[in-house]
Design a protein around this ligand. Structure first.
Ligand code: FES
Length: 141
């Protein structure tokens, strides 16, 4: 089954520098992935530095500078197009690739190894917040 899931638009990724989402791998395990701007299009990578298991986007957007996504822990920069890192602690490594396709400005997850779970990080699933049932307000005079 390789049904494509529409994620967002290229424009949105370019405006916000990154777009975080959660996928499930072939074993049903959840992982985070990020869309990053690359020239006119986008690329997607697993949201994890290759030096240590550090999230590149910690839930409030990744730092993208001069075509590189910068690891928040030790500052290695990975090329947003190739995923390759040529500097710092993660030098010589490449981010784990997630296949996406672009059609009419929309971005689709197009990877046999992953299925879309939800937008945002693993912990961002709905129902995770503290907003329990709001106490019904009894207005009495
Ligand atoms: S954890 Fe990313 S550079 Fe060290």
């Amino acid at each position: 089954m390789s049904e494509r899931t529409r994620l967002t638009t290229v424009e949105d990724v370019h405006e916000n520098d990154s777009w975080l989402f959660t996928v499930r791998d072939e074993y049903g395990e959840r992982d985070e992935a990020i869309l990053l701007p690359c020239e006119d299009g986008v690329e997607a990578w697993i949201n994890r530095c290759m030096h240590q298991p550090q999230r590149l986007d910690r839930g409030f957007g990744a730092a993208v500078r001069d075509g590189e996504v910068v690891c928040p822990r030790h500052g290695s920069g990975f090329d947003t197009c190739s995923g390759y890192c040529d500097n710092g602690e993660a030098e010589g490594t490449t981010l784990v690739d997630v296949e996406v396709a672009v059609e009419d400005g929309a971005v689709y997850l197009d990877d046999r190894s992953y299925t879309f779970d939800h937008e945002g990080g693993i912990d961002d699933e709905d129902g995770d917040g503290d907003d329990g049932p709001s106490s019904s307000s009894h207005i009495s005079f």
